[in-house]
Design a protein around this ligand. Structure first.
Ligand SMILES: Cc1ncc(COP(=O)(O)O)c(C=O)c1O
Length: 549
């Protein structure tokens, strides 16, 4: 039982050090409190105090100090209990670090919760993103990687100098590889050829050996990355297969860290938890902790089309007919890992590869949070369920990793286009967007001067040359300029003597991407007839404009 400090007691801390007295305990020491500087550190220091009591004190102090600054609190809130002797809680940007960490591994967890302000603005409630790329390996997987390793060490399954083996899409591997460097292990990982090259290169950069296996084989196939990971421990002495799918230390990591952080950061006000799910560790561990705190919290799992998890949740059937290749990385499964406890989950929603990719790009551009693929899937899933949300709901959605791992994929326009992830635009769409300007043509018997005058009047660079109904040639500003420059007399010549070949004619529904290929250096436009037989022109400029949008 603690005696909460009163207003007067805490006020005395401003501008100086102060003590707060707690019944049955040593005094709590507050330091570096500065009224003008919102970026001060607040230390609550007492070696006999439990973390919970420190947090209670923090809330009490926060209520007094920072009514207007409330939103920024929580950024690092609950960040660190660095040792059992010093409890500190800090918010804002700490420009003068007063302590050091013993290794990079101590930076795992306590990631920020950030309000989304644009994409979700039409939702009735507040949506907060738990941005997991702040972990040192840039993904949520650091949390369970270190936990799996610590449990394996404790149980004597791996000895110093040994080899960590895992089947990983990259993120778990990154967490394990960092832990291996710090703790002195080797790493051998199997992964699939579906994963981005960046992920594999990053694993190699931190010293891991990576074996890339084919994606489109059954899990039982000896070539699959599951089978390779299972076989390696038999071939490598003093090695241990972590098996993130069935190793329950995975979900325990989230029960012990992700769940409590979200509960504290929302002061217990969270109503919905939304997670794109793969091994099931995050959703089961985090969801279990939160439901134990408040059984009314809704846990929504987001799956990708091509995974069998949703069908298993809905029907209890492991239906391999559901399984087909998908592109989204890190989530969805073609079997049900042991980490799942489906009773924690209230509903499963599926998202397409395309919608997840487009949403990830939107998060980066509209919220300034440069996220990976599965974050797009999570938020897209939530948006698909938005009609179920009410005014007072407080939604937490997990953003699993960082966008840098996907610059050659979802952040590459060519990659998106090749997969048909950009909405296909056609010649017709470009004409409608331009609100059909009248087609200007010239006849071959008119003079060059007349053509130049028309170009100036209508502010156009390309004019088809027509002979009655037939297109027999074309004039471009660039071509004419060259000719007039070398022979000014040409202005009085007929168009017929200077014209270039006619522009290609395509069908009205030709996709814009194909138009790009038809427009060449010597031919700056293409033409097509609409349903009524009227001719229209699309120039290089029109195509560039539409692709840039
Ligand atoms: C980026 C990302 N998000 C989400 C997940 C899914 O989390 P879990 O495996 O805990 O279900 C993964 C899994 O690798 C991931 O890499």
């Amino acid at each position: 039982m603690i005696c909460m400090p009163t207003f007067a007691q805490v006020t005395s801390a401003v501008g100086a050090s102060a003590f707060i007295f707690i019944k049955n305990s040593l005094p709590v020491y507050l330091s570096h409190v500065n009224e003008d500087n919102r970026e001060s550190n607040f230390f609550i220091r007492n070696k006999n105090l439990k973390r919970k009591i420190c947090l209670d004190l923090f809330f009490c102090f926060k209520r007094w100090y920072s009514k207007s600054n409330y939103d920024t609190i929580g950024y690092y809130f609950g960040k660190t209990i660095l040792s059992s002797h010093l409890h500190f809680i800090t918010f804002g940007t700490n420009k003068k670090p007063v302590m050091w960490l013993n290794s990079i591994l101590e930076t795992i967890g306590n990631t920020p919760l950030i309000k989304l302000n644009n994409i979700t603005k039409d939702l009735p409630c507040t949506v907060l993103a738990k941005v997991e790329y702040f972990n040192p390996g840039n993904s949520i997987k650091d949390r369970m990687a270190i936990k799996m390793l610590e449990v394996a060490e404790k149980e004597g399954k791996i000895k110093p100098g040994g080899t960590i083996i895992e089947g990983t899409s990259g993120n778990t591997g990154m967490g394990l590889a960092l832990a291996a460097v710090v703790k002195g292990y080797k790493c051998v990982f199997s992964t699939t050829d579906k994963q981005s090259k960046e992920k594999v290169d990053i694993l190699k950069a931190v010293g891991a050996e990576v074996i890339v296996c084919p994606t489109n084989v059954e899990p039982e196939d000896p070539q699959s990355y599951y089978s390779v990971a299972k076989r390696l421990p038999k071939e490598i002495p003093n090695s241990f297969y972590m098996n993130q799918y069935d190793n329950l230390a995975n979900r325990d990591a989230h029960y012990e860290t992700t769940g409590p952080e979200i509960w504290e950061q929302t002061e217990g006000k969270i109503t919905h938890l939304v997670i794109a799910t793969g091994t099931g560790g995050t959703i089961t561990g985090t969801g279990k902790y939160l439901k134990e705190k408040n059984k009314n919290i809704k846990v929504w799992a987001i799956d990708v089309y091509g995974s069998l998890l949703k069908k298993y949740f809905d029907t209890g059937e492991v239906d391999t007919n559901e399984v087909h290749p998908y592109i989204t990385e890190g989530i969805g499964e073609d079997f049900v890992p042991a980490n799942y406890d489906m009773s924690i989950i209230d509903r499963f929603e599926q998202v397409t590869d395309k919608d997840g990719a487009i949403m990830a790009r939107r998060i980066s551009r509209e919220e300034g949070i440069f996220v990976g693929y599965s974050a797009g899937t999570s938020l897209q899933g939530l948006m698909q369920l938005k009609d179920e949300l009410k005014k007072d709901d407080l939604v937490v959605v997990i953003f699993g990793d960082h966008g840098s791992r996907y610059v050659g994929k979802i952040y590459n326009d060519q990659w998106m286009m090749e997969r048909g992830f950009f909405d296909v635009k056609t010649f017709k769409d470009l004409i409608s967007a331009r609100q059909s300007k009248r087609l200007v043509t010239v006849e071959s018997t008119q003079t060059v001067a007349e053509a130049v005058e028309l170009m100036r009047k209508y502010d156009i660079e390309h004019i088809p040359v027509a002979d009655g109904e037939n297109l027999i040639g074309a004039l471009s500003e660039g071509g004419l300029f060259q000719k007039i420059f070398s022979n000014p007399e040409i202005k009085t010549s007929t168009i017929k003597s200077v014209m270039e070949p006619a522009y290609p004619v395509v069908s009205f529904d030709t996709p814009v991407e194909r138009l790009g290929g038809l427009i060449t250096k010597g031919n700056g436009a293409v033409m097509a007839k609409d349903e009524s037989g009227n001719l229209h022109i699309v120039t290089k400029y029109d195509v560039i404009q539409s692709l840039a949008k």
